[in-house]
Design a protein around this ligand. Structure first.
Ligand SMILES: C[S@@+](CC[C@H](N)C(=O)[O-])C[C@H]1O[C@@H](n2cnc3c(N)ncnc32)[C@H](O)[C@@H]1O
Length: 389
C-alpha cells in the first residue's frame, strides 16, 4: 500500500476543518504540501485561506497589486471617457479594466505598407510578427469587452512575406474563438469601387467579423433594417389574410451591406489632412446601433481620424479610443460632431420644432396638497386594496 497516500488523507482525529488563524499558523512555517498532509484540505482551499489571512507575503502582495491595478484602470477609464488617447494600442488596452466596453469597433492596420502618420515601416512587419501582435490585441479586446458586448473587426486582406494576399478574416477567425468569444456574424461590406488588378478578380468587399462575449449580445435589428423588396405585399392566407405581411420598418437585416459607400475623394466624411484608410461614419454607426444602447461605452483602439467616435457621439453613446497619430484631425472632427436628434414622430423637423418652441406658453400648474385621508383612498383605489385588509 502507498503509505504517502494514507498519510495525506485526514485521519479521524484531524477531520475538523481548521479555522483561518490555525491555517495561517501552519502556513507560516510549512509548505502547501505539508499543510495539505496535516489538514486534508485541497490545495485550492489552502491557497484561498492564505490569501484571506495574508499568511503568504507573495500572495497578499499579488492580490494587493491586482486591486491597485484595477483601481488605476478605473481611474484611467474615467479620465478617458468621451475622448481619445495618443497611445500604442497595447499600452492603451492594458490600462482599460476587464468587462468595461460594450462595443469594440475597429479596423486594424492591414500591414500593406501604408504610411500612417507619415511613419515608414510601421505597417510592414514580417507576417508572423504581425499575426502575433494582432493576437495580443484580440486577447485584450476580449478581456475588456463586457459580457453581452461585442468585438467587431473590419478587415480586408494582408500580404504574406512573399507578396501573396491573405484574407485577414481567415487569419483571425480562430484567434477570436480562442480568446473565448462567440461567433455572431461575418458581414460582407460591399465596395463597388476600387483598384482593378491585371490577372485576378477585383476586390469588391471587406468583412466585419462580429464576435460576442457570451452567447447573447445586445441586438437591435431595427437599426439596420433594409427597405422591403415588395413593400405592398399582403398575406394571402391565414388569420392575417389581406394584411400587409412585411415589417413596417423594413426587412430583417442581413449580413450583406451594400448601401454604405467607402470614403473616397469626394465623400462627405473625407477629413482634411487625409487619413489613408478611413472607414465611413455610417459603417461604425450601424454597428453601434445594432449592438449597444444609449449611454453604452464604444471603443476603437485604432481610432485614426475618429470615425467611430463621431458615430458614437451621433448615436448618443460614450466613446473612447487610441491611435499613434492623427490627434489634431480627431480633435477637429469630434468638436464638430453633435448627437442626432431622435424623434419617433413622422414629420418632426428642425423647422416644426422651432415653430412649436416659439409658440409654446409656460403653464404654471399648482396642485393642492393632498390630505392624508384622500391619499389613502387614492392608494386603495390605485392598488385595489380596499377591503383586502
Ligand atoms: C485602418 S486605420 C483605422 C482608421 C479608422 N477606422 C478611421 O476611420 O480613421 C488603422 C489605424 O491604426 C493606427 N495604428 C497603427 N499602429 C498602431 C499602434 N501600434 N497603436 C495604435 N494605433 C496604431 C494607424 O495610425 C491608423 O490610423
Amino acid at each position: 500500500m502507498n503509505t504517502d497516500l494514507v498519510k495525506a488523507r485526514p485521519s479521524a482525529a484531524n477531520t475538523a476543518v481548521p479555522d483561518d488563524a490555525a491555517l495561517a499558523g501552519l502556513l507560516a512555517t510549512r509548505t502547501y504540501a505539508e499543510v495539505q498532509d496535516i489538514t486534508g484540505l485541497s490545495k485550492g482551499a489552502i491557497y484561498r485561506a492564505a490569501l484571506r489571512t495574508g499568511a503568504r507575503k507573495t500572495e497578499s502582495r499579488i492580490a494587493q497589486r491586482a486591486a491597485e491595478r484595477r483601481q488605476q484602470q478605473l481611474d484611467f477609464l474615467r479620465s478617458i471617457v468621451d475622448s481619445t488617447a495618443k497611445a500604442d494600442v497595447l499600452d492603451f488596452l492594458a490600462a482599460i479594466p476587464d468587462d468595461s466596453v460594450q462595443v469594440h469597433m475597429t479596423s486594424p492596420p492591414y500591414n500593406l505598407g501604408k504610411r500612417y502618420g507619415n511613419a515608414a515601416g510601421a505597417d510592414a512587419l514580417a507576417m508572423t510578427y504581425f499575426h502575433g501582435w494582432l493576437m495580443q490585441v484580440i486577447s485584450e479586446l476580449a478581456r475588456t469587452t463586457r459580457p453581452g458586448g461585442v468585438v467587431c473587426l473590419n478587415v480586408g486582406k494582408t500580404s504574406d512575406d512573399h507578396g501573396g494576399l491573405y484574407p485577414l478574416d481567415v487569419m483571425l477567425f480562430d484567434d477570436l474563438r480562442r480568446a473565448g468569444l462567440t461567433f455572431q456574424s461575418r458581414v460582407v461590406w460591399v465596395q463597388p469601387h476600387g483598384l482593378t488588378p491585371a490577372r485576378r478578380l477585383a476586390d469588391r468587399y471587406e468583412t466585419i467579423l462580429v464576435f460576442s462575449k457570451g452567447p447573447v449580445p445586445t441586438f437591435n435589428p431595427n437599426a439596420a433594417r433594409q427597405p422591403q423588396k415588395q413593400p405592398g405585399k399582403r398575406a394571402y392566407k391565414g388569420p392575417n389574410k389581406g394584411e400587409l405581411s412585411g415589417h413596417p420598418l423594413g426587412a430583417w437585416p442581413t449580413d450583406v451591406w451594400s448601401d454604405i459607400p467607402t470614403v473616397r475623394a469626394n465623400h462627405r466624411d473625407r477629413v482634411h489632412g487625409d487619413h489613408p484608410a478611413q472607414f465611413p461614419v455610417r459603417l461604425a454607426k450601424r454597428v453601434i446601433l445594432l449592438y449597444s444602447l444609449p449611454g453604452d461605452l464604444i471603443c476603437d483602439v485604432f481610432v485614426g481620424s475618429g470615425s467611430t467616435a463621431v458615430a458614437a457621439i451621433e448615436a448618443g453613446r460614450s466613446f473612447t479610443g487610441a491611435d499613434l497619430f492623427y490627434e489634431d484631425l480627431r480633435a477637429a472632427r469630434l468638436s464638430a460632431a453633435t448627437p442626432d436628434r431622435v424623434s419617433p414622430l413622422d414629420g418632426v423637423t428642425d423647422e416644426s420644432l422651432a415653430v412649436w418652441q416659439a409658440e409654446a406658453r409656460r403653464v404654471d400648474h399648482r396642485s393642492a396638497p393632498l390630505a392624508k385621508g384622500a391619499e389613502a383612498a387614492q392608494c386603495a383605489d390605485l392598488f385595489d386594496t380596499a377591503g383586502a385588509a
